[in-house]
Design a protein around this ligand. Structure first.
Ligand SMILES: Cc1ncc(COP(=O)(O)O)c(C=O)c1O
Length: 455
């Protein structure tokens, strides 16, 4: 197809996700045709720094022929066989490798094809586990305000973003919301002390469990660093307290690491970085660096135990889960993690990345830079002193009307998001170094300066 054909065919036939399709009636659909390292190129040959690793995915960066070759080898040898009653070597090797990397006795891996399916599977497992254990009334799931956990019906019920749900209601019952760990917007009575704020936020989970009735609550879902809302790291001690609360009421703790696992925070798992042991970890995205789709959950021995005897079966499965090509790709991806010490690169450079982004706090529009590892959110405000945010109209003009396009036009892929307060999010490939951080800072500085003038 020629360039013109691609553009017209995209407009006529392709349905973009979470996208106002009307916005492409006049403008062009951005068409990305290839990638190399930390950069991607569009159909006109223009280069962009991939500051979001696609969608928090491309950990090892683009253009890795070694991974592509592993995919080709696997497809030639065994392109497909299901994990329903059978196994294949790539899935077996990957499951044991992930179990080795996961903390504590998280030893059992159930594969899916995506993060939503991983979350959906974790909730289903929590319900089934309690049925097996003789506590059939436990089905509810507690999650945090604004947290994104996926789009399938169950995952959407776990999700804490009110605005993306009404079109699909009624959702499965049982989703319960508690506060997240956004210290920048902490309630006044805990706004002076991060640790106290963390205790309050964790205790809100306990209050929710008591309000709902502990005998009805199956699981608490938390991300190590919450993405949606703009990168909320945990206050010190927060996860330890959440763990204690879950133990006190016999509730499963699920660490949704669809973004945070596989190096985003400088560790294979976010739970390791923050020193807690969840009952289930969900993962996807970075496990393959996007060279093929894969997700899954890693489960502690105790949660697996009821399913290891008699006729007991987890009645759940997905045709393409643990696909041989995806599993082979994940193994090759993890080889690169080891050979190039990608985790070490993140740990070595994260302070530099943060410091570079923090230079932007001299701009009147930048309220806060927050995050960890290679995962940062920059909150935009109307008034730094009062932390006043933009109203809906301003937010619409600022983010959708200007920033999203302007940043892309300036050569940076990142995310300008207003699902909470307006934020710009960055999560570049783990191969990035200071030169990339400087490029990100320069593009953001110029574009945010222009945005402020237009307000
Ligand atoms: C924390 C978290 N959970 C689940 C999902 C859903 O993953 P997927 O888009 O692969 O279904 C996402 C996606 O961004 C996510 O960030």
């Amino acid at each position: 197809m020629t360039e013109i054909d691609l553009q017209q065919a995209a407009k006529d036939h392709l349905w973009l996700h979470f996208t106002r399709m009307s916005s492409y009636q006049s403008g062009d659909v951005p068409v990305i045709v290839r990638g190399e390292g930390a950069y991607v190129y569009d159909d006109k040959g223009k280069r962009y720094l991939d500051g979001l690793a696609g969608l928090f995915v491309s950990m090892a960066g683009h253009g890795r022929t070694k991974i592509a070759e592993a995919a080709a080898r696997q497809a030639s040898e065994l392109a497909y066989f299901p994990l329903w009653s059978y196994a294949h070597p790539a899935a077996i090797k990957l499951a044991s490798r992930i179990a080795d990397l996961a903390p504590g006795d998280l030893n059992r891996v159930f594969f899916t094809t995506s993060g939503s399916e991983a979350v959906e599977s974790a909730w289903k497992l929590a319900k089934a586990y309690f049925k097996q254990k003789g506590e059939p009334s436990r089905y509810k799931v507690i999650s945090r305000d604004l947290a994104y956990h996926g789009t399938s019906m169950g995952a959407l019920a776990v999700t804490g973003l009110a605005d993306i749900k009404p079109d699909f209601e009624p959702l499965p019952p049982g989703g319960v919301r508690v506060p997240n760990t956004n210290f920048y917007r902490a309630p006044d009575f805990v706004s002076q002390d991060l640790e106290q704020f963390g205790i309050w936020a964790a205790d809100e989970i306990e209050r929710a469990i008591l309000r709902e009735g502990p005998q009805t609550v199956a699981a608490v879902f938390v991300e190590p660093v919450q993405n949606s809302g703009g990168c909320f790291p945990p206050p010190p001690g927060y996860f330890q307290r959440v763990r204690e609360i879950c133990d006190r009421y016999g509730v499963l703790m699920v660490s949704d690491e669809v973004i945070c696992a596989f190096g985003r925070l400088g560790y294979y798992f976010g739970a390791t970085r923050y020193g807690y042991l969840p009952d289930i970890i969900t993962f996807a995205k970075g496990v393959t660096s996007g060279y093929s789709p894969l997700g899954g959950m890693v489960v502690r021995d105790e949660v697996m135990e009821p399913f290891l005897s008699g006729t007991s079966t987890f009645l759940h499965g997905i045709t393409f889960a643990g696909h041989p090509v995806s599993a082979a790709v994940a193994l090759a991806n993890l080889d690169i993690f080891e050979e190039e010490d990608l985790l070490g690169n993140v740990r070595k450079n994260e302070a530099g990345f943060r410091a570079t982004l923090e230079k932007l706090t001299d701009l009147p529009i930048v309220g806060e830079v927050r995050g960890a590892g290679y995962f940062y959110g920059i909150e935009l405000v109307k008034d730094k002193a009062t932390k006043e945010t933009f109203d809906d109209d301003e937010s619409e003009r600022l983010l959708r009307g200007f920033l999203s396009h302007a940043l892309f036009d300036a050569g940076l892929v990142c995310r300008a998001d207003d699902r909470g307060d307006p934020v710009i999010q960055l999560a570049p490939p783990l191969i990035c170094t200071q030169q990339h951080f400087d490029e990100i800072e320069q593009i953001l500085r110029a574009t945010l300066t222009e945005a402020w003038k237009r307000l």
